[in-house]
Design a protein around this ligand. Structure first.
Ligand SMILES: [Mn+2]
Length: 354
């Protein structure tokens, strides 16, 4: 199994081991994912925790902020019995060391306090300036999933995965790469194939097609009623959603509409407007497009073909004002894609009766 580990990972694991071993004041670790964790974040955090515990003899808690939104992700945590605490139930004073996975310091999508230095950051999003101030980081945008990178650490550490972890890893890689359709898959396929025999296939199937709450169908209904399009761009603005992950989920779905190569979905949850951009264009840079659209009002980023972000809407209480913000963002994206925003028009799902 060791030959699946790249030299880079072997070196980085040795550096991580050295960092842990030279700790002057050992203490508990808190491994944090990004808020509203997706399968890649969940699997990455669980694998890092196992490496820290098994290979480096550390005490570790794994936590997240926001909510575990998608039914698939809830099923993943539940049926694989993954220990995963909400940060609001923890006292940060109890932790001496902090690790971030699938996210980076000050990216606006995790609960690491802004003055706390992360001891360890492992991610596949583009390197952020704040990350470089920490003692250990491993940022590899060539990886389709952060969990793939963590699986390499596990191999380098000589730690065996549990069946639950192998199952989590397989689901993370598949969902993050859309079954290898999205992004350059890099080493993801090799790790997927190596760990696939160890996964629990019955649980994997259950995670992939979970029961769905009625609210899911309600949001989907709203999205389909509010479709707008210009050329190859399709978009939809949702009102208030029960959980923010429905926004990227619908953006993925809309991208499957024939003739469309870009999708944008927005929706309000609590004090924020969430946005997701998707494209089928393999040479696109959706992440920087997202940052241009958000300007200084929001936070966001992504990879080549997917991007997410949010804007603080706590001061926007009037519904008309909230809708106007959504409309503006749609216009801005159309313009960035060199499409005439004045030609953005409603999409009717049924042909008009004669
Ligand atoms: Mn990821």
């Amino acid at each position: 199994m060791m030959d699946q580990v790249t030299e880079a990972t072997r070196d980085r694991f040795a550096a991580l081991k050295a960092l842990v071993e030279r700790q002057e004041r050992p203490g508990r670790w808190l491994v944090l994912t990004h808020d509203n964790p997706d399968p890649d974040a969940v699997a990455s955090a669980q694998i890092l925790a196992r490496v820290l515990r098994q290979a480096l003899r550390q005490k570790v808690t794994v936590a997240y902020g926001g909510i575990i939104g998608r039914a698939e992700n809830q099923e993943m945590v539940k049926s694989l019995r993954l220990p995963f605490s909400h940060i609001r139930n923890l006292s940060l004073k109890r932790y001496r060391h902090f690790a971030l996975v699938d996210t980076q310091p000050r990216s606006g999508n995790n609960q690491l306090p802004s003055r706390t230095i992360a001891d360890v950051v492992i991610d596949h999003h583009p390197l952020q300036a704040a990350t470089q101030g920490g003692p250990f980081y491993d940022i590899r945008p060539k990886y389709g999933a952060t969990a793939t990178l963590l699986a390499e650490y596990m191999l380098a550490a000589g730690v065996q995965p549990t069946h639950a972890l192998a199952t989590a890893l397989i689901y993370a890689i598949r969902s993050e790469t859309l079954d290898f359709a999205r992004e350059h898959i890099g080493p993801d396929k090799a790790i997927h194939d190596l760990f696939f025999p160890l996964a629990n296939h019955k649980l994997l199937a259950r995670i992939q097609s979970p029961r769905l709450p009625l609210s899911y169908f309600g949001n989907l209904h709203d999205a389909l009623e509010n479709l707008e399009s210009v050329d190859s761009l399709i978009l939809s603005h949702l009102g208030t959603v029960e959980q923010p992950d429905i926004v990227p989920e619908i953006a993925d779905l809309l991208l499957r509409l024939e003739g469309k190569t870009w999708s944008l979905v927005t929706g309000y949850h609590r004090d924020r407007l969430y946005l997701s951009i998707r494209t089928t264009n393999t040479r696109a840079d959706a992440g920087s497009l997202m940052r241009r659209i958000l300007g200084r009002r929001g936070k966001g980023g992504g990879h080549g073909m997917i991007a997410g972000g949010w804007i603080d809407a706590s001061k926007m209480t009037v519904p008309a004002e909230r809708r106007e913000l959504q409309r503006k963002l749609g216009t801005r994206l159309a313009r960035e894609l060199k499409k005439n925003p004045e030609r953005l028009a409603r999409v009717e799902l049924r042909r008009q009766e004669e």
